[in-house]
Design a protein around this ligand. Structure first.
Ligand code: TRP
Length: 467
């Protein structure tokens, strides 16, 4: 029976969404944390923290998370929830609604293309973890020497066949979740994978605590060394706060489109930022004690994760098991990130009337093909360069240094300057009006400025400052 106040049983498109709505606020938190927690947390954060002044850098990073990360993430979620569609159609619809210049609709396009490019190489790197899970589980690294670790790594990256196999398996894992859709795929997988990830993190932390290098690892990460804070570390902290929360390419906007109407954006985003930071700190407290226990130097990049860790683990009691578990953790972190990288493009394709499965197969299929370029850039195409960068470095460079910051800048400007105050108040609903004003102020002035700094640094325009 229709009620006096209209038929309440018929939900508006806004409440139902185009693709469906997460079962609750926590599903959004788990999905967004799944996107945020990735290789950036596991190897990048611990390393840059150690290099840039430990505890002093952690403080600086927290400040950047609060000043850039959280406000921009809130903006992405807000826009996503208002549009309830893929970032492409959301931005198209909202730029019309708020009389923004038409090219603002391009934010969605750029995001989907960025995601597609990132997915192509992310899958290759994530695939490496599969090879390490098998090797460590089989005890290949027991009492291994540095040379063996180096040899294993070099053998892997110079073998296109092996990499193609693991790249394909990882892409298939990602496509399976995506193809099953929002509820059966994304929702069910993050509800299972994220608690497993936290559980593994705690088990591994417990293990790291028993290693002789724990105090040294703790010191490396937390010693408050103010002298190491330079203009360069400020840029590093800024850039990382942006990267680690997966901002600037619409991944969070796409997830925001499935967020329940009632959930508070501010509180939810803060929770994601806290979980992401705790995971990063936890990862540091696992990696450094283990690496130091073996008397190794912490090195940057793939070397830390794929060479130092396996050697160190090999010599420790129970190292094979712990090592396999550690790489499963990395795999899960990368898996839940990869899912969110592809979602904006897939959501857009389904809005075009293509089935979810066909959309997934096309996006993941093309990314898979492009990934072959990354695989070859470690071997046969090593010397083929463009602007001094090989295929993989080039895609990594344009996505991380140009497309993502540009997307983030446009999102901050759009949400801060073009969306009406009333619409913001309606979506954000911060109880305290001062908080709302403060957020809008930060989004209008501070975040764009900070992102411009990241952008300028990425393009090498700050070299006159010596950074
Ligand atoms: N946040 C991820 C990490 O810390 C990396 C990342 C950057 C990402 N942008 C993204 C993941 C977009 C998914 C979508 O490793």
């Amino acid at each position: 029976m229709a009620s006096l106040f209209g038929d309440e049983n018929v939900m508006s498109n806004k409440q139902r969404g185009f693709h469906g709505i997460w079962r609750g606020r926590w599903t959004f938190i788990l999905a967004a944390t799944g996107s945020a927690v990735g290789l950036g947390n596991i190897w990048k954060f611990p390393y840059i923290t150690g290099e840039n002044g430990g505890g002093a850098f952690v403080l600086l990073y927290l400040l950047c998370i609060l000043l850039v990360g959280v406000p921009v993430m809130m903006a992405e979620v807000m826009l996503g929830r208002e549009g309830r569609r893929s970032p492409i159609n959301t931005m198209r619809q909202l730029s019309h609604k708020y009389n923004a210049p038409r090219w603002f609709a391009g934010i969605g396009w750029m995001g989907a293309i960025t995601g597609f490019l990132i997915l192509s190489f992310y899958s290759v790197i994530a695939g490496w973890t599969l090879s390490y899970i098998i090797d460590l589980g089989a005890g290949v690294f027991t009492q291994a020497s540095g040379e063996l670790a180096e040899q294993t790594f070099n053998e892997l990256v110079s073998s296109p066949g092996k990499q193609l196999a693991i790249h394909s398996i990882f892409m298939l894992m990602t496509a399976t979740v995506l193809g099953l859709g929002i509820h059966k795929g994304l929702e069910n997988s993050v509800r299972f994978l994220m608690p497993s990830l936290f559980f593994m993190l705690i088990v591994l932390l417990g293990y790291a605590l028993t290693t002789p290098g724990f105090t040294e690892g703790w010191k490396f990460l937390f010693t408050f060394d103010r002298d190491k804070i330079t203009a360069g570390s400020v840029v590093v902290a800024l850039g990382h706060s942006f990267f680690t929360l997966s901002l600037g390419m619409g991944a969070i906007m796409a997830y925001g489109a499935y967020m329940p109407e009632k959930a508070s954006i501010g509180k939810t985003v803060l929770m994601v930022a806290v979980l992401d930071t705790l995971t990063a700190l936890g990862a540091g407290l696992i990696i450094f004690p283990i690496v130091f226990s073996h008397g190794l130097e912490p090195s940057a990049g793939p070397g830390l994760l794929f060479q130092a860790m396996p050697i160190a683990l090999g010599s420790l009691p129970g190292g094979s098991f712990v090592g396999a578990l550690f790489f499963i953790l990395v795999l899960v972190a990368a898996w839940t990130s990869a899912i969110s990288i592809a979602e904006p493009a897939i959501a857009w394709a389904t809005e075009k009337g293509i089935s979810r499965v066909a959309s997934t197969l096309s996006v993941c299929g093309f990314a898979w093909v492009l990934g072959i370029g990354t695989i070859l850039s470690f071997s046969d195409w090593k010397d083929i360069t463009f602007l001094g960068l090989n295929f993989f470095d080039f895609i990594d460079y344009i996505t991380s240094n140009i497309m993502m910051p540009l997307g983030g800048l446009l999102i901050a400007v759009f949400a801060g300057w073009l969306v009406s105050k009333e619409a913001i108040a309606k979506e954000i609903r911060l109880k305290n009006p001062t908080h709302l004003k403060l957020w809008r102020f930060v989004l209008r002035y501070i975040s764009p400025l900070a992102i411009l700094v990241i952008f300028a640094h990425g393009l090498g325009w700050l070299s006159f400052l010596g950074i």
